[in-house]
Ligand binder design. Structure first.
Ligand SMILES: C[S@@+](CC[C@H](N)C(=O)[O-])C[C@H]1O[C@@H](n2cnc3c(N)ncnc32)[C@H](O)[C@@H]1O
Length: 288
C-alpha cells in the first residue's frame, strides 16, 4: 500500500514526465480560465515594482510562459530533473534567463526575503501532512515583506459525490471518452476511496476498488465510450501512477493553514471545468 512520504508524493513524477502533456487535463492541469487568472494576478503583483523576482514551485509551463511575458526574473525549483526538462520543452517561448534549482521545496538553498511572488499549482497535495506547515512557513520567509504567494489548491470535497464504483461508472457512461474524462474518473475513484484518517488520494486504493469491481462484474462494458474511459484509467493511471499518493485536505482546514502565514487577498473559482469548487486559486499576502 502506498504511503505518505516524500518519495511517494514527489519522486514518482519523474516516471511520467514525458507523458504529462498527453494525460494531464483540468483539474489536474490549470484550465484556460485559470491561466487568465494567474496572468491577471501576476500583472497586478508587478505594477509599480522595479525588481520583479518570481519563484515557481514546480515547473508548470503555463505559469512560466506568463511570468516571461510579464517580464519577471524567473527561478524554478523542482525535485525532478525529468520534470524540469519535460516541462521546459512545452514552453511557448524559451526563456534563456530562467534559473533552475533542482531541490526539495522543503529543504532548499534559496535566500529569504528575496522574491516578490512565489507561484505554484497544486503544491500541498505533494507534501506529507506533517510537513505542510513547515512548507508554508518557508514560502512566507522566501517572500519580501510585501510579497504574494499565488497558488491553486486541490481539496477533497466535504461530501463524497458517489457511493460506489458502480455509481462512478454509471456517471462516466454518459461522457465522451478522452483524456479529461479518464482523469476525472480516476479523481472520483480517489475521492471514493479517500480516508480522512490517512488523508490520501491513492492510485493503489483506486486500483483496488476497480479490481474488486472486475472480480464481481468483469472488465468488459457494453457501452464502448465507458470501455475507453475505463481502459485509460486501468492501463495508464493504475499502472504508471500506482505508487503515487496525493495528500488531500478539506477546504476549511487548509484555509486555516494558509491563514497562519498569509492573509487571503483573493479567491478565484474557474467556470470552465467541473471541479473548481475543490481547486480554487488563492492570492495570499505574506503576514510578517
Ligand atoms: C507542482 S506539482 C503539480 C502538477 C501541476 N498540475 C503541473 O502543472 O505540473 C508537480 C511538480 O512538483 C514537483 N514536486 C513535487 N513535490 C516536490 C517537492 N517536495 N520539492 C520540489 N518539487 C516537487 C514534481 O516533480 C512536479 O514537477
Amino acid at each position: 500500500m502506498s504511503e505518505e512520504n516524500i518519495d511517494n508524493t514527489s519522486i514518482i513524477w519523474k516516471q511520467i514526465a514525458d507523458m504529462w502533456n498527453n494525460y494531464f487535463a483540468p483539474p489536474s492541469r490549470i484550465s484556460n480560465e485559470e491561466i487568465k487568472n494567474y496572468r491577471n494576478w501576476l500583472e497586478k503583483a508587478n505594477e509599480n515594482k522595479e525588481s520583479k523576482k518570481a519563484l515557481v514551485l514546480g515547473a508548470t509551463p503555463e505559469i512560466r510562459d506568463i511570468l516571461k511575458e510579464c517580464n519577471y526574473e524567473v527561478t524554478i525549483i523542482d525535485i525532478n530533473t525529468e520534470m524540469i526538462l519535460a516541462m521546459t520543452s512545452l514552453l511557448k517561448t524559451k526563456n534563456p534567463d530562467e534559473i533552475f534549482v533542482k531541490a526539495n521545496w522543503l529543504d532548499n538553498p534559496l535566500a529569504d526575503n528575496y522574491f516578490d511572488v512565489v507561484v505554484g499549482d497544486a503544491i500541498l497535495p505533494n507534501i506529507p501532512l506533517k510537513d505542510r506547515t513547515r512548507l508554508l512557513l518557508k514560502i512566507n520567509r522566501l517572500l519580501k515583506s510585501d510579497g504574494i504567494f499565488i497558488t491553486r489548491a486541490f481539496y477533497i470535497p466535504d461530501k463524497k459525490p458517489f457511493r460506489s464504483v458502480e455509481e462512478i461508472l454509471e456517471h462516466f457512461s454518459k461522457k465522451e471518452p478522452n483524456i479529461q474524462s479518464a482523469l476525472e474518473m480516476v479523481l472520483e475513484l480517489h475521492i471514493l476511496t479517500y480516508d480522512s484518517d490517512d488523508h490520501l488520494g491513492s492510485f493503489a486504493k483506486s486500483k483496488e476498488a476497480l479490481e474488486d469491481y472486475h472480480k464481481r462484474k468483469g472488465y468488459e462494458f457494453e457501452n464502448k465510450n465507458l470501455q475507453k474511459i475505463h481502459d485509460i484509467v486501468w492501463n495508464f493511471w493504475c499502472v504508471k501512477f500506482v505508487d503515487k499518493v496525493f495528500v488531500y485536505e478539506y477546504r476549511e482546514n487548509e484555509e486555516k493553514e494558509y491563514k497562519q502565514y498569509f492573509e487571503i487577498n483573493d479567491i478565484f473559482e474557474a467556470k470552465d471545468h467541473d471541479y473548481s469548487k475543490i481547486t480554487p486559486m488563492y492570492s495570499l499576502e505574506k503576514i510578517q
